[in-house]
Design a protein around this ligand. Sequence first.
Ligand code: ADP
Length: 205
Amino acid sequence: MTHPKEEMTLVLVKGDGVQRGLVGEILHRFERVGLKIKAMKMVWPDSSIINTHYDPSNTAWLETVGNKALKGYEKKGIKVDKTALEIGQHVQENLLKYLSAGPVVAFVLQGAHVVEVVRKLVGATDPLSATPGTIRGDYSVDSYGMSDSDDRSIRNLIHASGTVEEAKHEIEIWFDQNELHNYTLPYDEVVYDKKWENKQALLNE
Ligand code: ADP
């Protein structure tokens, strides 16, 4: 079994994040929590990579996206005459335009519980509902309401893998194996070495 510190996730700072000059700010949040940057690059995505990442034939994912939107409508008392799948398909079409609008910065982060930690720091899909302190809550004023009335994707700055399995698949889409780097950080020992306390005690003997 791999050590929890080996877990990896994929992050994309989407075009709006890049063009608002937030790459450094966003990276800083992940570095300061103690995560390691395993790989990083800038890519102007074409439809082929976007459709592999946000796969229009993945009906389970399309329905999840649609159901999330339907719940939001229900909360606001808005009646919608579309199925979850139809909504998901339309979201996917708009995502194609959103992701191809400019370069994105893709990176792989590594560390214990990285998928969960990163999703927690990223916040909810809808920036208007995202908790203050999260990236989407702190840096975006967008909302489902506004993106719906403009018929576009919600501009929420960032993508992060939802599960460990999803992360494995997404990392393969964006990076070759030889682009993932193994190196140490000086604080790896403090965070992960189970003998760290003993070593400190020895220093004071
Ligand atoms: P997340 O990025 O939070 O994991 P999803 O995987 O559900 O969210 O959706 C992918 C992306 O599609 C979102 O980040 C957002 O940019 C866009 N999106 C999702 N649902 C909607 C919607 N109902 N209206 C507009 N854009 C949406």
